[in-house]
Write a protein of this length. Sequence first.
Length: 239
Amino acid sequence: MTTNQQKVVLITGASSGIGEATARLLARKGIHVILGARRTERLEKLVATIRSEGGSAEYQTLDVTNRADFQAFVEFALSKFGHIDVIVNNAGVMPLSKLEALKVDEWDWMIDVNIRGVLNGIAAGLPLMKRQGFGQFVNLSSIGGHAVWPTCAVYSATKFAVLAISEGLRQENTDIRVTVISPGVTESELADSITDPEAGKGMQEFRKIALPAGAIAFAIEQPDDVDVNEIIVRPTASV
């Protein structure tokens, strides 16, 4: 079993929200974290903070919609530590709106980040994990991957897709662990991408109760022969 002090965890969308909180938590547990996001200045500050607290952290600019970028991200981590234990496919966007608003560019954006980003992570990491004979993908879905509400049709579709992709990946590999985390309302910048006024107002009300990130660490720290397939996590006070 790989101990925390040996584990190497790659986290996408690590410049804020769940990604940032997960990076801080795992680093405090002695895990090596490799952080990826487009906002390099935020990553630089986060890595400096983690290191000042005694943690191990590296970063690299990453656009998850770019397959070559993701491949370079994985190779960077491999060059630093010689192996990879976990890829956390956390990056996501959520510009909610009713379909009749025809925000087709935002539909494409969600598909590219929320679906293609996960697939690019699998494409970059799976061959390495198969060569190692071990590894784990932690893919972020949502309660929106289990139900649909007005304004959520495309977003929910992308998160349903994460569930399907993850289950297929799990069934196809007996040596790779696959976990889906489906958060309820969570402290993050995800809702900041909403441009539709009606949907934005609704989400502000929904997010008055917020759940800090954290379930990812639980799945990662299980013994190698235990695969936590899915966690749905909500605030106790959430409906």
